[in-house]
Design a protein around this ligand. Structure first.
Ligand code: SAM
Ligand code: SF4
Length: 457
């Protein structure tokens, strides 16, 4: 007998994702595994038979949110005792079995390097009502065949090229949760990029916690960017996250030479003071970072730069903080992600003496953010009157018949338009600018082969 469309064979699922792009893509892999097993997305969480929380533990707040979110599922579990709730990602790896002690609602715990276990674990929970844990540091995430991921629709696709991190930044828990570095073989990356292109995506973001350290045989990241130029319909290529100490001249030259590589780089600096960079064990000085910026700007004129800053690292003095402000003034980043230092158990910085009051740290963060808003506003205003190519993401969060897209330099542009243009390239004239986004007006199709647009639509 044919099942009605509304009843999927295995049930419905919902995945909630915290954290970085790596986690967002891991959720697409988990979704792919669930769909292979016969699950379908739930329109609403109250209809889900499986809920997965794909978690982040980089800062304490993100971790706490996971446990309060788990608690909020109690009424759902009471109404549907066969509901399976899984904790995946970095909190799963860090907490292991103790997830079950912190929340009686979780049914399974799955580490980020063992994601292929998911279907078997769901089966185990259903059959034996046990609570399986898999924290095996295999390479499931990197070896995951790209076509099995259920990528979000749109024009932009993630592609994992590296997993893990061998750096020893003293504040960071990632090496403890994601393990040692491993790179995906270059021919496999190329094959996956072709599949992604054939599926209609036009922009690929290569992912790795320390993507500049990518290595497959004799191919480094610069070589990989060059190799990917042969996938013609991928018109935009990005890569993240770049560690300044591994940003080689080869990578910078590839950025200059490869037409699809976007003129934007996220290059986390963390602090402008050498003494703090040393305590963080970042492996570069302020001067070396500034040299990289100069090199990037001379090879790729007009490149947009974004960065991460940690405010209130243990013992940060007013003088050290002032050097971070001066670095922001000197570089004039196009975007800054700034965070209050969050002590992470098991990291070397957790043992460092601090002595700076939380209120003082918050005041520093507010001062830094205010300065950066001024810089961004000035930089964005300089674009008013220019014509930019955007790739349309879809309807804007602002509603009111607005759509939103991104320039090659990763700036958000809102403009009037039809959400059906999602996935298309457009030319827009920038008519006004705020610190975080631009307003545009359509001024014609992008310089594209029209057949290509038709195929993509
Ligand atoms: N691999 C990237 C790099 O080398 O910069 C960053 C990965 S980390 C997930 C993203 C950002 O989180 C970092 O750049 C840092 O600014 C921030 N971060 C990491 N650990 C932190 C901590 N303990 N407290 C506050 N922010 C932290
Ligand atoms: Fe964490 Fe440093 Fe590795 Fe980035 S490079 S993931 S900040 S240890």
């Amino acid at each position: 007998m044919k099942r009605p469309d509304s009843v999927p064979p295995a049930g419905r699922y919902r995945i909630e994702t915290w954290g970085c792009q790596m986690n967002a893509h891991d959720s697409e892999k988990l979704a792919g595994l669930l769909e292979e097993a016969g699950y379908r997305p739930a329109a609403d969480i109250s209809q889900a038979d499986v809920i997965l929380l794909n978690t982040c533990t980089v800062r304490d707040k993100a971790e706490e949110k996971v446990f309060s979110r788990l608690g909020s599922f109690r009424p759902l579990k009471e109404r549907n005792p066969s509901l399976i709730i899984g904790v995946c990602g970095c909190v799963a790896q860090k907490e292991g079995e103790s997830v079950f002690r912190r929340s009686g609602l979780a049914d399974l715990v799955l580490g980020p390097r063992a994601i292929e276990s998911l279907p078997a674990m769901l089966e185990q929970v259903r059959r034996d009502r046990c609570r399986p844990v898999d924290l095996g540091r295999r390479d499931d995430s990197i070896l995951f065949a790209g076509h099995r991921a259920r990528r979000l629709p749109g024009a932009h696709a993630y592609l994992t090229v590296m997993e893990g991190c061998n750096k020893t930044c003293t504040y960071c828990i990632v090496p403890l949760t994601r393990g040692r570095e491993v790179s995906k073989a270059a021919p496999e990356v190329l094959r996956e990029a072709r599949e992604v292109a054939a599926a209609g995506y036009r922009e690929i973001e290569l992912l790795g916690q320390n993507v500049n350290a990518y290595r497959s045989g004799r191919t480094h990241l610069g070589g990989l960017l060059r190799m990917l130029q042969e996938v013609e319909t991928i018109r935009r290529l990005r890569f993240t996250t770049s560690h300044p100490a591994h940003l080689s001249l080869e990578i910078i030259r590839a950025m200059r030479d490869c037409p699809s590589v976007c003129d934007h780089l996220h290059l986390p600096v963390q602090s402008g003071a050498d003494s703090v960079l040393e305590r963080m064990q970042r492996g570069y000085s302020r001067r070396r970072y500034l040299d990289r910026v100069e090199n990037l700007r001379s090879h790729v004129p007009g490149i947009a730069l974004s960065t991460d800053i940690i405010v209130g690292f243990p013992g940060e003095t007013p003088g050290e903080f002032a050097q971070t402000l001066s670095l922001l003034r000197e570089v004039e980043f196009d975007q800054v992600f700034s965070f209050l230092y969050s002590p992470r158990e098991g990291t070397p910085a957790d043992a460092l003496a601090d002595g700076v009051e939380t209120a003082e740290k918050r005041a520093r963060l507010a001062e830094l953010q205010a300065l950066q808003q001024e810089i961004q506003l000035r930089r964005n205003r300089s674009l008013v009157g220019s014509v930019e190519e955007i790739l349309v993401d879809g309807a804007s969060r602002q509603g009111r018949g607005q759509i939103t897209g991104r320039t090659r330099s990763n700036r958000v542009v809102n403009l009037p338009g039809d959400a059906a243009k999602a996935g298309q390239f457009m030319k827009v004239e920038i008519v006004s600018a705020g610190p975080n986004s631009l307003e545009g007006r359509p001024c014609g199709p992008a310089d594209l082969d029209l057949a290509e647009i038709a195929v993509y639509k």
